[in-house]
Write a protein that binds this ligand. Structure first.
Ligand code: ATP
Ligand code: MG
Length: 237
């Protein structure tokens, strides 16, 4: 079953057009990567999917419904959640308060205790630090809070924008394992990741975005055997 379908998406930031035709088809339960050079449009794509940026052309469908013009809260309530670039935590608030923020809509609010339990099972260190200000945590622990906050909205689709930036190498493995567990629990994952080998180790297939367009798509083996893959990743093709 197709969970997310994006057709020929175009998005501008003010006068600057960032996306010129992004198309993605993602099935429920898949783990999919989004690769591309700096400035290619990966973050803009994720932001447009969750409704932070309006589509000026193209279409976004989720679970068979057209969501192209719906607002951020409707997309959140139908099951999309973004772990944004740079985490965006409330650093002065406690870990637990940050997590609770993820459950502000009525449905997730009712399931708050159960969701918190699930996040603490996934990231036990957050239970130990639940009363501490989020800003006092390590980079990796803050990333766990950002992922946990997204999970508190009980998503069906989790979009992650470079979740390993600022995370110590030893902790990257823990976070990867948690993401694998989240996927095993049935949540569909779209991962933006700069480290191609790390990304392709985790996802089943990936799209390459170059200059605001999806230009290549396929499994790890398919991508690695495509002679244009390297140039497209660098935005030189
Ligand atoms: N808020 C914004 N205002 C103006 N221009 C923006 C904004 N966000 C992104 N851009 C521009 O849109 C284009 C796409 O940026 P985007 O952040 O989506 O790329 P990216 O693939 O995520 O890059 P990176 O790997 O550096 O995170 C770039 O030219 C960027 O400068
Ligand atoms: Mg980005």
């Amino acid at each position: 079953m197709t969970l997310l379908r994006v057709d020929d998406l175009e998005v501008s930031h003010g006068p600057l057009q960032a996306l010129w035709g992004v198309s993605l088809t993602i099935s429920a339960g898949e783990k999919v990567g989004l690769l591309g050079a700096n400035g290619a449009g990966k973050s803009t794509t994720l932001g447009a999917i969750v409704g932070h940026y309006p589509a000026q052309a193209g279409r976004i469908q989720f679970d068979g419904r057209d969501e192209t013009r719906s607002d951020v809260n409707s997309r959140l309530s139908c099951g999309m959640a973004l772990v944004p670039e740079g985490r965006r935590l409330f650093v002065e608030m406690s870990v637990r308060e940050n997590l609770e923020m993820g459950a502000y809509l009525a449905g997730p609010r009712r399931a708050l205790a159960q969701s918190l339990e699930q996040v603490f099972t996934l990231f036990p260190i957050l239970k130990e630090k639940e009363r501490q200000a989020a800003g006092t945590l390590s980079g990796g622990q803050q990333q766990m809070v950002a992922i946990g906050r997204a999970l508190m909205s009980r998503p069906r689709l989790l979009l992650l924008d470079e979740p390993f930036i600022g995370v110590a190498p030893l902790i990257i493995r823990d976070v990867m394992q948690a993401l694998a567990q989240i996927a095993a629990d049935g949540i569909t994952i779209v991962l933006v990741e700069q480290n191609i080998h790390r990304a392709l180790e985790f996802v089943e297939r990936a799209y390459v975005i170059e200059n605001g367009k999806t230009v290549l798509e396929g499994s790890r083996d398919h991508l690695l055997s495509d002679p244009t893959f390297g140039a497209k990743l660098l935005g030189l093709d």
